[in-house]
Design a binder for this molecule. Structure first.
Ligand code: G6P
Length: 503
């Protein structure tokens, strides 16, 4: 049965009663910035905050993250802590201050110019700089020291998130072998021969093997990780049991596809009465019959140029859709200090301008963009108004936009989904596409628009069942159960949350 926001808190009550629960991530659950000299709090987007908050609230736990908001320092106490969520004060957020030099080397450098392209493998060459690596080690140590200070004399479960902190687990275990440490790697893990081009691949793997449990989005990433370890370290790798034993310590490798708070997104969308053509008028001047949406960070792994080229080809090949079809892309600026991101932003602008120039008429243009980070409730209005959502990532650990469209979109909406996403493993009733194949991608838009309504509804219903069942709480509770089961030497639970049957 799917877990819910209410039932997940009970998991910690039952299993964690005498343990502290700590979540560690680069990104903060809440960020403080100045808006016209007034401090404004913004909640982090994505499934992670939604999933972690009920757990932290139940346990009065601790979230440790890098403070990057301009007003972050102003609101914390002398221990760099602030009670969260705003107004409720149910758990503590502790902020780590990373100096500018290390921020560039750790976050922009090794995390996002080396590990990110290395793991996504979309023909974007990773950049390995000695100085970035040194900053990565230093900042990881800074996080580990903070965790060690907070857990001194206490039993604790530490759940670390994503590729910015790969060395933290072993740094913790060196000092506190009794801590329970788990990791969720949100992005892909590449083929072993790709990963090994990283000059510090062994160090990254050794850091990761400080964990008792390492979670990936897809089974293939688990296999890739096991192969990386088997090729690079003198470790015992068991591909059937999916375990690694290294320096007399065993790590379990499992896949846990992340998800969204399905009920919350669905309800928010159901309640909302502002959608459809009257709402879309604020973005689209002129008429249209069919609306397609995309929501992405300006990110080279998302297949954005491919999407625009496919729309161009669709309108060229099927001119009857000119003046009828409109695509709106919400584009969120991201990692803007990295040149590749700036270049992509310019490339996209030129591409879009060219397509619009080619087809626009007096009162219609095919592509519209909204370049800002809209609050989720606003984004859901676009989903609800859209006949089609396009997710065309060239590589993507999961892609939660796909799941959000399923929850918030219309009952007869069609999801066009890249086969290169973790979401494609679950969302079989989407129109699955190869984002590199522009011709087929163009055809899939036509297919989506011409699909009989009964079929669209049937597919959407099937997709909703999948996302409702594996929601973000099911994801988090499976992980927590697994880490406790490992420590109690119990058999690990399977994907549906039940203890695995042997054989
Ligand atoms: C991906 C990563 C996250 C990251 C997010 C936004 O989803 O897996 O760890 O927080 O992108 O990227 P940013 O660099 O803006 O935090």
């Amino acid at each position: 049965m799917a877990a819910t926001r209410r039932t997940i808190g009970k998991i910690l009550d039952d299993r964690l009663s005498d343990h502290m629960f700590i979540v560690v991530s680069q990104a903060e659950p809440y960020i403080h910035n100045y808006v016209k000299d007034v401090v404004k709090t913004t909640r982090g987007t994505g499934g992670l905050v939604a999933a972690m908050e009920p757990l932290l609230k139940a346990n009065k736990g601790l979230w440790i993250a890098h403070g990057r908001g301009a007003a972050d320092r102003e609101v914390v106490d002398e221990h760099d802590k602030i009670k969260m969520p705003p107004g409720k004060k149910a758990y503590i957020l502790k902020r780590i201050w990373v100096n500018k030099k290390n921020y560039r080397g750790w976050y922009y450098g090794f995390s996002n110019e080396a590990l990110w392209p290395l793991c996504h493998n979309v023909f974007e060459r990773p950049t390995f700089r000695q100085s970035d690596w040194e900053a990565y080690v230093e900042v990881n140590q800074q996080f580990a020291d903070a965790i060690l200070a907070e857990t001194e004399g206490k039993k604790a479960v530490v759940w670390i998130q994503d590729y910015h902190l790969a060395l933290v687990p072993q740094m913790l275990k060196d000092k506190r072998p009794d801590l329970m440490v788990g990791y969720f790697w949100h992005i892909p893990w590449p083929l072993a021969d790709t990963f090994r081009i990283c000059p510090w691949s062994k160090e990254v793997l050794e850091g990761m093997l400080g964990n008792e449990l390492i979670g990936f989005q897809r089974h293939t990433y688990c296999r890739n990780f096991l192969t990386s370890v088997s090729k690079e370290l003198e470790a015992k790798v068991d591909f059937d049991a999916m375990t690694v034993t290294y320096n007399n310590k065993t790590s379990y490798i499992r896949h846990f596809p992340i998800s969204i708070d399905y009920q919350a997104v669905r309800q928010s969308s159901e309640k909302n009465k502002k959608f459809g053509k009257s709402y879309i008028k604020q973005t689209v001047t002129g008429r249209y019959e069919y609306l397609s949406v995309g929501v992405d960070r300006i990110e080279y792994t998302k297949g954005l140029p491919e999407r625009i080229k496919a729309i161009d080809r669709f309108l060229e090949k099927y001119p009857e859709y000119q003046e009828k079809f409109v695509h709106i892309n919400i584009l969120v600026p991201s990692r803007t200090l990295i040149k590749r991101y700036e270049d992509l932003d310019r490339e996209l602008e030129t591409l879009i301008e060219n397509v619009n120039f080619k087809y626009a008429t007096a009162n219609w243009q095919p592509i519209h963009t909204i370049k800002e980070s809209l609050p989720p409730s606003e984004v859901y209005k676009y989903y609800k108004s859209a006949n089609v959502a396009m997710v065309t990532s060239l590589a993507d650990g999961m892609n939660l936009v796909a799941k959000e469209y399923v929850a918030a979109g219309p009952d007869d909406g069609v999801l066009i989904l890249s086969e290169q996403t973790g979401a494609a493993d679950e969302l079989h009733d989407a129109l699955i596409v190869n984002p590199y194949d522009i011709e087929r991608l163009a055809d899939s838009i036509k297919l989506a628009l011409e699909m009989p309504r009964d079929e669209r509804k049937r597919r959407m219903e099937a997709l909703r069942t999948v996302v409702a069942e594996n929601n973000v709480y099911t994801w988090a509770s499976r992980f927590i159960h697994n880490i406790f089961d490992i420590n109690s030497h119990l058999e690990l639970r399977t994907e549906n949350g039940n203890p695995a049957t042997s054989g």
